[in-house]
Design a protein around this ligand. Structure first.
Ligand code: ADP
Length: 317
């Protein structure tokens, strides 16, 4: 069964420069390799899900500039339906300025532009697409009231709501109660719970706290350490990452979300979905850039098939 997925979220053009080190305030450095790479968490997750076999609708806003043309072309060439992406005549397309140093560390500043102009009316226009989806996939790079409205439509129509609470911020219970699967990374988990995490016990406490907010299930992504899975009926379960040599972890989280959403939309279990997410995240970390690094379904299945199932689940890395 093909997973039907709607994403309400951001589209950004990433302006990326390689630099020997991250500059200090006031410092000028000669860098190299300037690239413009399609990004934005919403669009990244849309492309990730489409490359992994999902039938994907994107809801969002871009400006009327050339970055918008490039972003829309890129989404379409990955098979994403862009019929619900509006062009805003008053705001520029979202842009992220990114500096990546030789150690793979990065600093990022985002000018949200048209992303912050997405309205509840834009969401209402896509109501039919949302309500006929298997999964609604959300992040926090568009206004919170828009995210909440989309989740309300999904919940009212029995559509699974997956929320990636990034960039990190505190969230009202009005939104959390509408979420089926909450997918924070480590720092987002700390911000959402106020718990500074340094041990497995603290993960369990954080998970208990988040499950009490009304989300049905929780998946915490832990970079090269894989992911933790918790739902109301289960204990915390660790699903190990694939062993790879990372080149650039930009969009690893977005690839993970794409894999998770597609598998849930296809009717797979949460464990299967996390394994698919881990494989997609690992492959994205092996390549440079955001949407340039997102893997195909066959690449992901190859990586999963290459591992013995028992070595994927519960492996301690
Ligand atoms: P984010 O990019 O949102 O901070 P993470 O860094 O937790 O998210 O990465 C998301 C997922 O991608 C991880 O759960 C893991 O499955 C995969 N991943 C990320 N970095 C690596 C890595 N170095 N090695 C293997 N898998 C990775």
């Amino acid at each position: 069964m093909t997973a039907r997925i709607t994403i309400v979220g951001s589209l950004n053009m990433d302006l990326v420069i390689r630099s020997p080190h991250i500059p200090q305030p006031g410092e000028t450095i000669i860098g190299s390799d300037f690239q413009t790479i399609p990004g934005g968490k919403g669009a990244n997750q849309a492309v990730a899900a489409a490359r992994l076999g999902g039938q994907v609708n994107m809801v969002g806003r871009v400006g009327e500039d050339t970055f918008a043309d490039a972003l829309l072309d890129n989404l379409k060439s990955s098979g994403v339906d862009t019929g619900f992406v509006r062009r805003d005549s008053n705001s520029p397309t979202g842009v992220a300025l990114i500096v990546v140093d030789d150690a793979g560390e990065n600093v990022i500043v985002v000018a949200s532009g048209a992303n912050m102009q997405v309205t509840e009316t834009d969401v209402a226009a896509a109501e039919q697409a949302i309500s006929s989806s298997d999964v609604l996939l959300l992040q926090l790079e568009v206004p919170l009231r828009v995210v909440t409205r989309a989740a309300q439509i999904a919940r009212a129509n029995g559509v699974s709501v997956i929320l990636n609470p990034a960039p990190a911020r505190k969230l009202p219970s009005e939104l959390l109660q509408l979420v089926d699967v909450l997918v924070p990374n480590e720092s987002e988990t700390e911000l959402l719970t106020g718990i500074e995490i340094s041990s497995q016990a603290e993960y369990a406490n954080a998970a208990r706290l988040l499950l009490r907010t009304g989300v049905n299930s929780l998946v915490i992504t832990l970079g090269r350490r894989g992911s933790l899975l918790a739902s109301s009926s289960n204990d915390l379960e660790s699903i190990a990452a694939f062993k790879i040599k990372p080149v650039d972890t930009t969009a690893a989280g977005d690839a993970f979300l794409g894999g998770l959403a597609v598998t849930i939309g296809e009717g797979g279990s949460l464990q299967e979905a996390v394994r698919m997410g881990n494989a997609a995240g690992a492959l994205a970390a092996m390549r440079f850039g955001a949407q340039t690094s997102l893997p195909s379904r066959s690449e992901v299945l190859q990586l999963i098939d290459g591992e013995k199932p028992e070595s994927i689940i519960g492996r301690d890395t």
